[in-house]
Design a protein around this ligand. Structure first.
Ligand SMILES: Cc1ncc(C[n+]2csc(CCOP(=O)(O)OP(=O)(O)O)c2C)c(N)n1
Ligand SMILES: [Mg+2]
Length: 372
């Protein structure tokens, strides 16, 4: 089931430079005399019906998948650390429509939506949450460590900020190979305070690496608000210290995210190096499944829910008459089926064999204590 579904829902990652598809342009065929600013302008306000339907379906899958995850966690079918992305969906959806299939993604532990949007099947993600051998990390990674090289999804990282230098390294590999792929490296507002970010920003700018740093500023690092941890509330300002093009972006809308990522990707593919996007978003649920979220008010959560990204896309689809009620119902049923099937798949899959414990952990097969 999975493949055709994901290809349909995620057309931008098939192969075209999405924003240019309507203009029928490919980046390699664009004459040199067209300036960067003109290209960006041409790409703006160029959203199609397919964009909106694709965003809706993609975000609904993320949402319904995680609602089911929360339920299964409550039943102790899913255990361990588990962080939900509900509320932040437009950040991933708006990114994916602006980049290509060959581009690379790396993120932190709040990674279910990123993995699904990269085209990893709901089956493989759910099985991983269950710790089953059919999971995308063979049941040994769990919620925080989803991974699929085949889908250009490089994790899923539990060490806050650990993926920032790794993301720059992946971009460096593509630069070294001489292709024009970009890497999107996501991290949170809390991770923005890690020392590794500064070392990475310095080298990434020096070497003009094709990387887009996406800071998903959801206002909190666990229970600690941005205001309680820093004097620099506008996180994008950190990039300015390295003369890195940097901006803040509304993360509750797919359109604004798409525009910003599209511009950053053009810059990176052009050999002009990295960008920092501080994308302002909000998570409706607690930090993890064990967080009662007492550090914020109900009113604050409700304010953000009024800007819900899925509802915003739905409103556009309705107002532009891109689809009728029947279509929404069909998508809801289709996604419900995918999610329920993924639970069945996970429940009926075996756990990894204990003999697999060191497989894929050490690069060297003769690492000393593996055989002891
Ligand atoms: C190096 C390190 N320090 C502390 C932690 C504990 N920890 C886990 S999540 C987290 C908060 C990170 O917040 P943020 O980067 O804003 O991401 P969000 O959870 O909001 O997506 C902390 C401190 C950790 N996992 N790694
Ligand atoms: Mg945060």
């Amino acid at each position: 089931m999975a493949n055709s579904f994901y290809l349909y829902q995620n057309p931008a990652r098939l192969d075209v430079k999405h924003s240019f598809s309507k203009l029928n342009l490919k980046l390699c065929s664009i004459p040199k005399f067209i300036s960067f600013a003109v290209l960006v302008k041409m790409a703006k306000n160029n959203f199609t019906k397919e964009n909106y339907l694709g965003w809706y379906e993609q975000m609904l899958l993320m949402r319904r998948f995680e609602e089911k995850t929360a339920q299964l966690y409550g039943q102790q079918k899913i255990k361990g650390f588990c962080h939900l992305y509900i509320g932040q969906e437009a950040v991933v959806a708006g990114t994916m429509s602006a980049i290509r299939k060959d581009d690379k993604i790396i993120t932190a532990y709040r990674d279910h939506a990123h993995a699904l949007a990269c085209g990893i099947s709901a089956d493989a993600v759910m099985a991983e949450l269950f710790g089953k051998v059919t999971g995308c990390s063979k049941g040994k990674g769990g919620s925080m460590h989803l991974f699929s090289k085949e889908h250009n999804f490089f994790g899923g990282h539990g060490i806050v900020g650990g993926q920032i230098p790794l993301g720059a390294g992946i971009a460096m590999a593509d630069q070294y190979k001489g292709n024009d792929n970009v890497t999107v490296c996501y991290f949170g507002d809390g991770a923005a305070r890690q020392g590794a970010l500064h070392e990475t920003f310095n080298m990434a700018m020096l070497w003009k690496l094709p990387v887009i740093f996406v800071c998903e500023n959801n206002g909190y690092a666990m229970g600690t608000s941005v205001e309680r941890t820093t004097n620099v509330l506008d996180i994008f300002n950190i990039g300015n210290a390295y003369h890195m093009p940097s901006e803040s972006v509304d993360g509750m809308q797919c359109e604004t995210v798409h525009h910003a990522v599209n511009e950053a990707a053009l810059r990176a593919r052009n050999g002009d190096g990295p960008t920092l996007l501080e994308i302002r978003t909000y998570r409706y649920r607690g930090h993890s499944m064990s967080d009662p979220a007492k550090y914020r008010s109900k009113e604050e959560v409700e304010e953000y829910k009024k800007k819900d990204p899925i509802e915003q896309v739905k409103a556009t689809i309705v107002s532009k008459k891109y689809a009728d009620e029947k279509w929404f119902e069909e998508i809801e049923n289709k996604i419900e089926k995918i999610v329920l099937e993924s639970v069945d798949f996970a429940e009926n899959s075996p756990f990894p064999d204990p003999s697999e414990i060191y497989t894929d952990v050490y690069a060297e097969p003769d690492y000393p204590f593996i055989n002891e």
